[in-house]
Design a protein around this ligand. Structure first.
Ligand code: HPA
Length: 275
């Protein structure tokens, strides 16, 4: 048990030496094809994951692996350019390890982005969805095992997984800037296959608006330790029992690229005005 705390401390100590100017106010995790947000950072320092002890290393195309520290709209942020996924073979503890380290560094807010398949018939490819809730269908729970009492409770509350004030702020920004946003429920499945038509149909029946292979584990761990969380999902394809979308990773990256300017505007706006 002590071992895990020691490991988190060791990682945090190394990162701390790169971010000593000011504690980041936001941690940001970039999803598939959403790396352009990185260009918005006035960079102070960068650390490749391979130089961070105990950090998982990403293996997917389109996912780089570095932490970027700097400012957006004059506020300090720490950005994960590249995340690791459960489907790559990492354990849930590995996937969510950076979230533990963020907390240890004193960061209390987390902004996530991802790409997902839309199952709500009102959605179009390239829409940005503010995630208002999620359904966890991963086969392993990130909090399974001995509880890390120093971070949070054994049975964490999940009544408000996504910050209502952050969501309201994002909606306000979208309205002011004329950006079309959807709001919905993200269903997390392990992948790496995209869903069959029947599975997209199941996601819809269960109450989902979009389905993807990330984010849910990170959000659970962030909420366990009391971080304030918001997440944006770019709808990169549409699925349903009567739609055979024939999705490829390239199409996902292309659609994410098209929606990118809106994601950038929303995240920049949030960081600028969120108190
Ligand atoms: N399903 C799961 N993950 C995804 C999808 C999808 O349709 N699109 C982008 N990521």
């Amino acid at each position: 048990m002590q071992q895990i705390y020691d490991r988190i401390n060791e990682t945090a100590r190394i990162i701390q030496s790169y971010i000593s100017e000011h504690t980041p106010e936001f941690a940001i995790i970039l999803g598939s094809g959403l790396s352009k947000l990185e260009d918005e950072v006035e960079v102070i320092s960068e650390i490749s994951y391979k130089n961070i002890p105990n950090f998982p290393k990403s293996t997917v195309a389109g996912h780089k692996g570095k932490l970027v520290y700097g400012k957006i709209q004059g506020r300090y942020v720490l950005m994960m350019a590249g995340r690791v996924h459960y489907y790559e073979g990492y354990s849930m503890q590995e996937v969510t390890y950076p979230i533990r380290v963020f907390k240890q560094l004193g960061i209390n807010r987390l902004i996530l982005s991802n790409a997902s398949g839309g199952v709500n018939p009102n959605f179009s490819i390239g829409d940005v969805m503010i995630i208002r809730d999620h359904i966890n269908l991963f086969p392993e729970h990130p909090l399974r095992g001995k509880n890390l009492d120093e971070f949070g409770a054994r049975f964490p509350d999940m009544s408000k997984p996504y910050s209502h004030t952050m969501i309201a702020t994002l909606e306000e920004i979208a309205k002011k800037q004329g950006i079309k946003v959807q709001k919905g429920v993200y269903v997390g499945l392990q992948g790496p296959t995209f869903e069959t038509p029947a599975e997209y149909g199941m996601v819809r029946i269960l109450g989902g608006d979009a389905v993807g292979m990330s984010t849910v584990p990170e959000v659970i761990v962030a909420r366990h330790q009391g971080m304030e969380v918001c997440a944006l999902s770019v709808i990169t394809d549409l699925g349903g029992p009567d739609i055979s979308p024939n999705v490829s990773h390239e199409e996902v990256l292309n659609a994410a690229n098209i929606a990118m300017p809106n994601v950038v505007k929303l995240v920049k706006g949030l960081i600028e005005i969120y108190k």
